[in-house]
Design a protein around this ligand. Structure first.
Ligand SMILES: Nc1ncnc2c1ncn2[C@@H]1O[C@H](COP(=O)(O)OP(=O)(O)OP(=O)(O)O)[C@@H](O)[C@H]1O
Length: 451
């Protein structure tokens, strides 16, 4: 007897038959329904390992099936059959929790791949705590529970995800968890910082190049998309992509194919794109620095990562985790925070979020004498200094100079250094503080020889 059961919902008997034949060859026992009410009746009778439903049904639509299953069978992957060009409905289906989409006319090879992926879901740990602890997202606060639940749900679909949150909140960690909870867990996870790639190398870094296609291309290179084949490509700081690159990226995502620089052929790719930014992409779209169509593609599902200030109750747990981590890494005995230090951390605002907390504790750990970390060891920047405007008194002075350029460079250097110090040399956070892009900050640091 077959190990798996599938439910096929479509009002066209030919399509149901085609899907049933394909699935039966894959050793699935198939049940069929021609409309929503038949489907709901079958869903109430027994569990299924997989469900595929048409979007438009005579007495309703596929979203009703998804909503019913979200409540009754939350672990069953549901694929949605969509008519070509119906992007809005497709996006709604993914947002509602559909596992993946199948375009009409149905491509049997693609359907088989999709069913394989759906059945693999049963082998993926449903519980986020089952992921190795080094990868774990720490936090017992309510906002973190909500986030973990969302990650669990999102990991079970193939939809693109956009992760929004301030610098250092753990966006990359969230992206990794989405990958490791998904059917792609045993395939590569490739993380790319879009703000750190030189503009003229972008195309070759993303899509690869053929040997000899430009000066310096001494061998074939695969590029990020091909490196992530079968897995997940994480585009961090996606707002930093220049507009021409955004257009190329959109094309690759739409076509599911890449052409390396210097190659004549396109190669098909199967990569889930997860992106992140601390910036408000909708605002960038309004300002016309980010393409609306790309935003629409990337932002099918949005996950927000809370600031550390929104979950102070997690600070003790995180502190203990980082102290233990450095004690282990450096082979030293574990220390604890004394009462004043613990209290100060609870009331600190952490513009650099969890990363800043980690940096503070790493430094304090090296400073600590004896078996505890004191308030002094933490060297917290006083609140007043952090909110003082960067250049508070320049306009009060009379400016006299015979070298305007050097004078301005000096002010620029001062502003950048202060922002870097205030963010513990976290360039992403410093750039945000200064209101410039990560790339612009990198360029200015280089120009002004700030190390
Ligand atoms: N909830 C958490 N539990 C444990 N460690 C965390 C958590 N959140 C963040 N971290 C740690 O904090 C550091 C920063 O996290 P991460 O790089 O994921 O942040 P980010 O939001 O992607 O930052 P950026 O926007 O600057 O790229 C990492 O070392 C990460 O492991």
């Amino acid at each position: 007897m077959s190990q798996y059961a599938a439910l096929i919902i479509d009002d066209e008997p030919d399509i149901r038959e085609l899907i049933a034949m394909t699935l039966e060859r894959m050793d699935l026992q198939c049940f069929q329904a021609a409309n929503v009410s038949e489907a709901l009746a079958l869903l109430k009778q027994r569990p299924y390992h997989f469900c595929i439903t048409d979007m438009k049904l005579p007495d309703g639509n596929g979203l009703e099936i998804i909503n019913f299953c979200n409540a009754q069978h939350p672990n069953m992957p549901i694929a949605m059959i969509t008519a070509f060009g119906n992007v809005d409905l497709a996006v709604n289906a993914l947002k509602a929790g559909a596992f993946d989409l199948v375009a009409k006319p149905i491509d049997i090879v693609r359907l088989r791949e999709l069913v394989h992926a759906a059945l693999r879901l049963t082998r993926v740990p449903a519980n986020i705590e089952a992921v190795p602890s080094s990868e774990g997202l720490l936090g017992q606060s309510e906002v973190m529970h909500t986030l973990k639940e969302k990650i669990r749900k999102v990991a079970r679909t193939q939809a693109p995800v956009f992760i929004h949150g301030e610098s250092g909140t753990g966006k990359e960690l969230v992206a990794r968890l989405i990958h490791y909870q998904s059917v792609r867990a045993d395939q590569p996870f490739i993380a790319v910082n879009c703000g750190a790639i030189p503009k003229d190398l972008m195309e070759s870094e993303f899509f690869g190049h053929r040997k000899g296609s430009f000066t310096g291309a001494n061998s074939d290179k695969a590029g990020f998309f091909k490196a992530a084949q079968g897995g997940t490509l994480f585009l961090d700081e996606v707002a930093e992509l220049p507009l021409d690159m955004q257009a190329k990226l959109l094309r690759v995502i739409q076509e599911k194919a890449v052409r390396s620089v210097g190659s004549e052929h396109e190669e098909s790719i199967d990569v889930r794109v997860v992106s992140a930014s601390h910036k408000d992409l909708q605002q960038l779209v309004d300002e016309e620095t980010f393409r609306q169509d790309l935003f629409f593609r990337l932002n099918v599902i949005q996950v927000s990562v809370p600031r550390l200030a929104e979950r102070p109750e997690d600070i003790p747990l995180l502190s203990q985790h980082f102290i233990r981590k450095y004690a282990l890494e450096w082979g030293m005995p574990e220390v604890s925070l004394d009462a004043r230090a613990a209290d100060a951390l609870l009331h600190y605002t952490f513009p650099g979020n969890v990363r800043e907390l980690e940096n503070i504790l790493q430094r304090a750990f090296t400073m600590a004498e004896g078996d505890s970390i004191s308030l002094e060891d933490l060297s917290l920047t006083p609140q007043a200094e952090r909110i003082q405007p960067l250049l508070a008194d320049t306009d009060a002075e009379r400016i006299e100079t015979n070298n305007l350029e050097a004078y301005l460079e000096n002010i620029e250097r001062q502003a950048i250094t202060q922002a870097l110090e205030a963010t513990r040399w976290n360039k992403t956070a410093a750039a945000e503080k200064l209101g410039i892009s990560f790339r612009a900050l990198r360029y200015r640091c280089k120009k002004l020889a700030i190390d």
